[in-house]
Design a protein around this ligand. Structure first.
Ligand SMILES: *[C@@H]1O[C@H](CO)[C@@H](O)[C@H](O)[C@H]1NC(C)=O
Ligand SMILES: *[C@@H]1O[C@H](CO)[C@@H](O)[C@H](O)[C@H]1NC(C)=O
Ligand SMILES: *[C@@H]1O[C@H](CO)[C@@H](O)[C@H](O)[C@H]1NC(C)=O
Length: 346
């Protein structure tokens, strides 16, 4: 996909580069020496948008509370186009936003817009999860929240929230960056605990530039440090520190960070682990970890596809002005349709 001649700098427009640098600067200022985050500072900059029950660009949206005691909710995006209404079964995508487990939420303007695009173009119902953030909430709170949203959707009572043609047996997990890590771990848990579910079946995983790491510094982490506006090892080390509870053996080779590393979990016998697409950007410092993730899934006998965007940086697909962002959405659409057609054949 998106094969282009090798370039020495990322193929993103100036506008996008400025936006990325801005986000990078604001988030840098918000991280305190003592390991906490100044969320008030972020509040001033973080552009948010509310749900809208009136269709905008062929999609309506609602916020749905799952558990108010831990502020667990999701933004539900329902396509209203004729095409989506005519389908006899509409897939559902449970989506996890990025932000290093520390930042952002489903009502962040850019993520609201991305989910809207996925909902319209696939078409699919999209459930964008407001999971708890680090460092206030440490691992595994984020994975628990993701799994609990799946259980909530599987419950009879949630049917009235969803359009009649939604097919819970065509459920996909997707996410970018930290959200890609989350989608992986929720998919793993769901495939270990299938007896927890009635109608709901996870049949696909879309890991967009997933956030993984390790104690080692990879070549891409060292080389691309000044090229990608968003990612540096200084920042990612801070994120992992914020995410993993302090304790013995909890370094960056933790099984949820260095997933394919020395403490890797054996998933080769996990038959229900879904078909996966791993998206990698050529200028993303995290790309070596993402490739290792792909190779580990393959070695474990999983149905996995590597999708490379050689000229792209971390988080490129959030920006609609980048042509590859549209390409990615169409690729995800194809992946979803392909997995759904297999369900029919079975
Ligand atoms: C960290 O620093 C901030 C700002 O200086 C302060 O308000 C907060 O209480 C500190 N938190 C901890 C856990 O030390
Ligand atoms: C949807 O179905 C209606 C009625 O069956 C039909 O008139 C319309 O052309 C269909 N639209 C699309 C986009 O498939
Ligand atoms: C993480 O895992 C890889 C194997 O994929 C291994 O080569 C590496 O040494 C591990 N740990 C570190 C120190 O990064």
């Amino acid at each position: 996909m998106a094969q282009k001649e090798k370039k020495s700098s990322p193929g993103i427009p100036w506008r996008t580069r400025i936006a990325l640098s801005f986000v990078s600067t604001v988030t840098d200022y918000s991280r305190r020496q003592n390991g906490t985050v100044n969320r008030r500072l972020l509040g001033i900059f973080g552009l948010k948008t509310s749900a809208n029950p009136n269709p905008v660009n062929g999609v309506k949206s609602y916020d749905v509370t799952v558990d108010s005691s831990r502020d667990l909710w999701f933004r539900l995006f329902i396509p209203t186009t004729d095409e989506s209404r005519n389908l006899s079964s509409l897939p559902i995508i449970v989506f996890f936003h990025g932000g290093g487990f520390v930042y952002l939420s489903p009502d962040t303007k850019a993520y609201d817009a991305v989910c809207r695009r996925f909902a319209r173009k696939t078409p699919a119902v999209v459930v964008s999860v407001n999971y708890r953030l680090a460092p206030e909430h440490k691992y595994p709170a984020q994975y628990d929240d993701g799994f609990d949203v799946l259980k909530f959707l599987d419950n009879e009572k949630s049917r009235e929230l969803l359009p009649e043609n939604v097919d819970l047996s065509r459920c996909f997990l997707a996410g970018d960056s930290a959200g890609g890590n989350l989608a992986h771990h929720v998919a793993k848990r769901a495939s270990e605990m299938t007896s927890n579910f009635g109608a709901l079946k996870v049949i696909g995983l879309v890991a967009i530039q997933p956030f993984f790491g390790g104690e080692e510094r990879t070549e891409s982490e060292l080389k691309l440090v000044d090229v990608d506006p968003l990612i540096s090892v200084r920042k990612t080390d801070w994120m992992w520190n914020a995410f993993i509870p302090p304790g013995e053996g909890m370094d960056r080779d933790h099984e949820v960070i260095n997933v394919s590393g020395p403490r890797a979990v054996d998933i080769s016998k996990l038959d229900k682990f879904p078909a996966t697409v791993v998206v990698v950007g050529g200028f993303d410092p995290l790309k070596d970890w993402q490739r290792r993730y792909y190779e580990w899934l393959k070695r474990s006998g999983k149905d996995v596809h590597l999708s490379e965007y050689p000229t792209m940086v971390h988080a490129f697909y959030i920006f609609p002005e980048v042509p590859e962002a549209t390409q990615l959405i169409l690729e995800v659409k194809d992946f979803i349709n392909k997995q759904c057609s297999k369900v029919v054949k079975n």
